[in-house]
Design a protein. Structure first.
Length: 282
C-alpha cells in the first residue's frame, strides 16, 4: 500500500500551476499566419456560389480556401466517410464551414470573412428525428439504409418471447433525451507547419492523434509517413476532442500551400458548432 490510498503529486502538476505547460494555442512559430473559418448561417442548403475575390483583396490576407480545395472526404468510421474540411456543394447544419481565410493576424482574418460572398439555395430543414423518418427527400446524405435513415437496427438477445412472458410488467415507450455537450476550459486549437524536411507537422488540442493522422493523410492525399501529429496538453476534453475536425485539415492544407506556419483557435461559439455528442462521464 505504498501507492494506493496515498496522496501523490501529479506528474504534470508543477508545470501547470506555474504556467509553463504549452497548450496548442501557446505554440508560436516564426512567420506564423492565422486562420478563421466562415460558417454557414443556414441549416440545410445547396451552395450555389462562393466568391472570395473581395476577401483576397483585403490587406494582410494571404489565402482563401473553399470546398474545391478539399475534394477528398474523410470520417472517423468506415461507414461514414462523409466529411469535408470545407463544404463542397451543400451545408447540413448551421455552423458548417464553407470557406477559410488565412491572414497576418487573427483579427484581419476574422474581418475578411465578411467580404466572402456566399449564395445558398435553401433545402428542407430537418429539425427532429420524426421529420427525418417521414420525409425521405431530400436526402441529407446519399447513403444509408433508405431515405434519411442512416441505419435501422434491431437487437435481440436470448429468448425474447419467453422473457416477455415471464416478466411481471412490460413497459413500451419512445424516449427522447436532451442534447448536451462538453465544455472544457480550452477551446479547440491547432498549428500546422512544414518541418526541416518539408513534411507536415500538426500540433493540436486533440485526444486522438492517431485518428487525426489518418484523416489528414486521406483528406490531403499525403503519405502517412510525411505527417506528424503532436497531441499537445489539453485544457480539458471529456471526449469532445476525440474526432478529426475541419480546422485541423484547413490549417494543414494552408501551411503546405503557403510554406508558413498557420494557427487557428476556435471561439467558444465554434466549439459548440463542432460538437459531436457527449461521452458519458461520472
Amino acid at each position: 500500500m505504498n501507492i494506493i490510498g496515498k496522496p501523490r503529486r501529479r506528474v504534470d502538476g508543477r508545470a501547470k500551476v506555474t504556467g509553463r505547460t504549452t497548450f496548442a494555442d501557446d505554440v508560436m512559430l516564426p512567420r506564423m499566419l492565422h486562420c478563421k473559418l466562415l460558417r454557414s448561417t443556414v441549416p440545410h442548403a445547396r451552395i450555389v456560389r462562393i466568391d472570395v475575390t473581395r476577401a483576397l483583396a483585403r490587406p494582410g490576407v494571404h489565402l482563401a480556401l473553399t470546398g474545391r480545395d478539399f475534394p477528398v472526404s474523410y470520417g472517423i468510421l468506415p461507414v461514414s466517410q462523409d466529411e469535408h474540411a470545407l463544404a463542397v456543394d451543400r451545408v447540413r447544419f448551421v455552423g458548417d464551414p464553407v470557406a477559410a481565410i488565412i491572414a497576418r493576424d487573427e483579427l484581419t482574418a476574422f474581418e475578411a470573412l465578411d467580404f466572402i460572398d456566399v449564395e445558398y439555395e435553401p433545402l428542407h430543414t430537418f429539425a427532429d428525428p420524426e421529420d427525418s423518418l417521414s420525409r425521405p427527400e431530400p436526402r441529407i446524405h446519399e447513403y444509408g439504409d433508405a431515405g434519411n435513415i442512416h441505419k435501422a437496427v434491431s437487437l435481440r438477445f436470448g429468448d425474447v418471447a419467453q422473457a416477455f412472458a415471464d416478466a411481471d410488467r412490460v413497459f413500451e415507450d419512445t424516449f427522447f433525451y436532451q442534447g448536451n455537450t462538453h465544455l472544457p476550459i480550452e477551446q479547440h486549437a491547432a498549428v500546422a507547419a512544414r518541418d526541416a524536411d518539408g513534411k507536415l507537422v500538426l500540433w493540436s488540442s486533440t485526444q486522438t492523434p492517431h485518428y487525426v493522422h489518418r484523416a489528414l493523410a486521406k483528406a490531403l492525399t499525403l503519405p502517412a509517413a510525411h505527417i506528424r501529429v503532436i497531441a499537445t496538453p489539453n485544457g480539458g476534453g471529456f471526449g469532445g476532442k476525440s474526432d478529426p475536425f475541419n480546422h485541423e485539415m484547413v490549417v494543414a492544407k494552408a501551411a503546405l500551400m503557403l510554406d508558413r506556419p498557420v494557427k487557428i483557435c476556435l471561439t467558444r461559439e465554434e466549439v459548440f458548432y463542432c460538437h459531436r455528442g457527449a461521452a458519458t462521464r461520472s
